[in-house]
Ligand binder design. Structure first.
Ligand code: CA
Length: 230
């Protein structure tokens, strides 16, 4: 899952980036509203964390503009403004949730997982797909009740596929959920991760849709052909 963090306080931002990375989330950090506007044009994000006090523009104005331009991703606002009026203004501007500063990183992470889950229409955190289950909070992957060891990138890729269900995702969309915008990505990196997922979870877990991209394989086939053990 790919998080866009818009926060001009470096100390707060680096804490959030480190905390969310440790939770397996890919985070891109920008410090101005202008940079956030540019970022949503070049990459796909699953959720946005938005500070309201930005140096170049009010965060609420940014949010209203993004919503007017059709941006649909869930947005959690971070604010030191704690009056009821400010909170209502935030929600009316298109925010999905808010957190008052100072906050606990675990709470931020839990709220983000809830937002992502709500967008996917799930009421519980655990994603079940046939005999495969994945918990986005603990990042535990179980296949037929057994723990499967996945790398951080493999977890992100699996989460993106499970999240989108039957929808076909292009290579670029998948790369966006696994890598930050500034990350160096080798040209075959995505293929390597997909190869590993198929080896660990069964060949049918990822379907190639020729010329378009990839999608999650059918649930009943998810565990029928786990590749030979490493
Ligand atoms: Ca600020």
């Amino acid at each position: 899952m790919h998080v866009l963090l818009c926060e001009d306080d470096d100390l707060i931002a680096s804490g959030i980036v480190a905390g969310l990375n440790a939770q397996g989330l890919t985070v891109d950090h920008v410090a101005t509203a202008a940079a956030a506007r540019a970022m949503v044009r070049v990459a796909h994000f699953d959720v946005m964390v938005l500070d309201l006090g930005l140096p170049d523009e009010d965060g609420l104005k940014l949010l209203r503009d993004l919503r007017q331009n059709g941006l649909q991703l869930p947005v959690l606002i971070l604010t030191a403004r704690d009056s009821v009026t400010d909170r209502v203004a935030g929600l009316q501007s298109g925010a999905d949730d808010y957190l008052l500063k100072p906050f606990d990183l675990r709470e931020l992470s839990a709220r983000l997982h809830t937002l992502i889950r709500r967008v996917a229409g799930r009421s519980v955190n655990l994603i079940v797909h046939g005999s495969l289950s994945y918990d986005p909070s603990s990042r535990e992957t179980l296949l037929a009740g057994r723990v499967v060891d996945l790398s951080r990138r493999e977890q992100s890729l699996l989460h993106a596929l499970l999240h989108s269900r039957a929808r076909v995702l292009s290579s670029d969309q998948l790369k966006d959920s696994v890598y930050g915008v500034g990350d160096e990505v080798e040209s075959n990196a995505l293929n390597v991760h997909i190869f590993n997922l198929r080896r660990k979870l069964g060949a049918t877990i990822v379907e190639t849709v020729r010329g378009v991209g990839y999608r999650l394989g059918p649930a009943d086939a998810a565990n029928t052909s786990p590749g030979s053990p490493p």
